[in-house]
Structure formats: structure tokens, C-alpha cells
Design a protein around this ligand. Structure first.
Ligand code: UT7
Length: 326
């Protein structure tokens, strides 16, 4: 088969705020301990945005780095999608702020909100725009400032999250229609709103008129996470005729080391193929996967031609996977 359209990754980039907050630093704020946080989550530190930084300023830096990595000019981009649950404003979108920051004044830009699954949803969405032929080059960004919505008095949540941004550039190209093609090979998106009370923010423009704070029944989310993640990864394998042995890298959403390890083990993916950044970044929601991608690109792990499985689960619940050949 010839002439199948594919969305091919041309570059990636990321940005982390300068300030690092360690578990020990948090011991001064809430009744917690470095050993509890490390044992239960694998998190050792997280980056927290400076007062003058916002989701769009983090996202802009990640987008600039991704464009430089792709060797492209901002003017080449005709689609900007920013996955975020912590937009600078209720509106306009963070994506239009980033678009303007890049000096792009054409094409389309919009935010996408699927919480921690946001980046997987954004990759899937950009892929469909590029496959339709309506757009040619997309910046897909995950950017978050969860430090602004966590309740810093609540030890069950505030120790888990961090700020940051990551981005990739996708360009419409061609393949043969097989799993040997470069590009996004499949994406599997799911959601179920019955679980809203397990992980949510207790405010919003249309309800309280306030921003609200993140609330989570962690144990409940944990129980749901591993099973659902495994389902969508299996579905991505089935859709492409691939399996765990074909994977070069597994890049899961970075919420909890125990969830990542249990998922990889049940999927038959060996630990050396799993990209882990949760120890250094904490849970950065929609930014966690592109931050992990960029870390693994920079240190030479992910290379052109590698088969890479992305997966995430987050508030809603939403969950999903995307299988990408780099
Ligand atoms: O990114 C979106 C998806 N989110 C997730 O994937 C998060 C999923 N959930 C988790 O990662 C885990 O459930 C947590 C890390 C949030 C919690 O770990 P856990 O092993 O499920 O602990 P738990 O909630 O069952 O709490 C165990 C104990 C409790 O004390 P008691 O009731 O046993 O006396 C908590 O009060 O740990 C206590 N605890 C803490 N202790 C010290 C809760 N938070 C802390 C803390 N420091 N920060």
C-alpha cells in the first residue's frame, strides 16, 4: 500500500521552572516525610513556577525549543494545540497566547482539556487534523502550573504535583500504511464522566466563579489506573499488529512510580524500556509525557525509527494511548 498520510514527529522541546522544591522542603509545610513520598510515589523533587511565570510562558519556551529542534520557523506552523488544565485565563486560550508569543498570526490555535491525558488527546487531535489535509504542521504542547491549583495545606495532594511544559512538532508526511511507517500509528482515547468525584477541582467559572483547588481520592484513582492503562495499550497494539517486544520505549504519564511499574510489568515491558521522570518532575499533568519524551530524546534514548508507546489517565476519568514511530 502506498501514499498513506502520516503525522511525523519532527522535533521536541521542554521547559522546567528554575525553582526546585524537594520533599524535605515540603516537610516544613505539611505533615509529611521524604520517605513517605518516595515510597508511595517515587517523587523526590518537583519544579515550581516563579511568580512571573504562567502556563503560557512555560509553554512558549517549550514550543520554541521544539521548533529549534525541528529546524523550523514559527511561520511554518499552522496549528497550535495546548493541552492544559491550568490556563492563564478562563479565556482567551493559552494556545493563542503561545501562538502570539511565537509571532504566528495565522492558522488555528486552541486549548484542549483532558487533564493528565491532555497530551495524548492533543496528539490524537493534531494527528486527525493533519490526516484530513486541513493543516500541515502542528505544535502540540502540554503545559501546566498545577502549583496554582493545589491546596498547599492538603498533604494528600500537594506533595504530588509540579509545573513544566513540553512540546512536539508534527508534520504531515507519507507512509506505506504499515507499522513500519514513521509517525502516529494509532491513538486510543477513552473517557467516563461517572468518576468525576475521584479527581476534580472544586471550583470553576461556571459553578463557583472561583478557580478552586484540586481534590483527589488517591487510592480510588490508583485502583482504576493500572487496569485502564493496560486496556488502551493493548488496544493500540491490536490496532497496529504490534506487541510489547516491538516497543523501543514506553513513555507513561508520570503520576506515581508504583502505577508505572505495575502497568509495565503487566504489559510485559521490561524496566529498561520505561522512561521515568516522576522522581525529578513530580506529576506535571498534561506536561509529563512531552517532558519525559524530551528528556529521553536529549540523552539519546529515543532515536528516529524507535517505536514509542505513550499512555495516560487523568481526571474525568479520561485515559488513552498513542503509538508513535519516531
Ligand atoms: O495524574 C492523575 C492520576 N493520579 C494518580 O495517578 C494518583 C493515583 N494515586 C496515588 O498515586 C496514590 O494513591 C497516592 C500517592 C495519592 C497515595 O498513596 P496510597 O498508597 O494510596 O496512600 P493512601 O491514600 O492510602 O494513604 C495512606 C496513609 C494515610 O494514612 P492512614 O489513613 O493510613 O493513617 C494517609 O493519611 O498515608 C497518609 N498520607 C500521608 N502521609 C504522609 C497521605 N498523604 C501523605 C503524605 N505524607 N503526603
Amino acid at each position: 500500500m502506498a501514499g498513506v498520510r502520516r503525522s511525523i514527529v519532527k522535533g521536541c522541546g521542554s521547559y522546567l521552572p528554575r525553582t526546585v522544591v524537594t520533599n524535605r522542603d515540603l516537610e516544613d509545610r505539611v505533615a509529611t516525610s521524604d520517605s513517605w513520598i518516595v515510597q508511595r510515589t517515587g517523587i523526590r523533587q518537583r519544579h515550581i513556577a516563579e511568580p512571573d511565570e504562567t502556563t503560557s510562558t512555560l509553554g512558549l519556551k517549550a514550543a520554541e525549543a521544539a521548533l529549534a529542534d525541528a529546524g523550523m520557523a514559527a511561520a511554518d506552523i499552522d496549528l497550535v494545540i495546548c493541552a492544559t488544565s491550568t490556563p492563564d485565563y478562563t479565556f482567551p486560550s493559552t494556545a493563542t497566547q503561545i501562538q502570539d508569543g511565537l509571532g504566528i498570526h495565522g492558522g488555528a490555535a486552541f486549548d484542549l482539556q483532558a487533564v493528565c491525558t491532555g497530551f495524548v488527546y492533543a496528539v490524537a487531535t493534531a494527528d486527525k487534523f493533519l490526516l484530513s489535509g486541513s493543516h500541515r504542521r502542528a505544535l502540540v504542547i502540554g503545559a501546566e502550573t498545577f502549583s496554582r491549583i493545589v491546596d498547599w495545606e492538603d498533604r494528600t495532594t500537594c506533595v504530588l504535583f509540579g509545573d513544566g511544559a513540553g512540546a512536539i512538532v508534527l508534520e504531515a508526511g507519507e507512509g506505506n500504511g504499515t507499522s513500519a511507517d514513521r509517525g502516529v500509528l494509532t491513538s486510543q482515547l477513552r473517557s467516563d464522566g461517572r468518576y468525576r468525584d475521584k479527581l476534580y477541582v472544586d471550583g470553576g467559572p461556571g459553578s463557583t466563579g472561583t478557580t478552586g483547588h484540586l481534590r483527589m481520592q488517591g487510592r480510588e484513582v490508583f485502583k482504576f489506573a493500572v487496569g485502564k492503562v493496560i486496556d488502551v495499550v493493548h488496544e493500540a497494539f491490536a490496532a497496529t499488529g504490534t506487541g510489547p517486544d516491538d516497543l523501543a520505549w514506553f513513555v507513561p504519564h508520570q503520576a506515581n512510580r508504583r502505577i508505572i511499574d505495575a502497568s509495565a510489568e503487566k504489559l510485559g515491558i521490561p524496566p529498561e524500556k520505561v522512561v521515568i521522570t516522576v522522581d525529578r518532575h513530580g506529576n506535571t499533568s498534561a506536561a509529563s509525557i512531552p517532558l519525559a519524551i524530551d528528556a529521553a530524546r536529549r540523552d539519546g534514548r529515543i532515536r528516529e525509527g524507535d517505536l514509542v508507546m505513550l499512555e495516560a489517565i487523568g481526571g474525568g476519568f479520561t485515559w488513552g494511548s498513542a503509538l508513535v514511530r519516531w
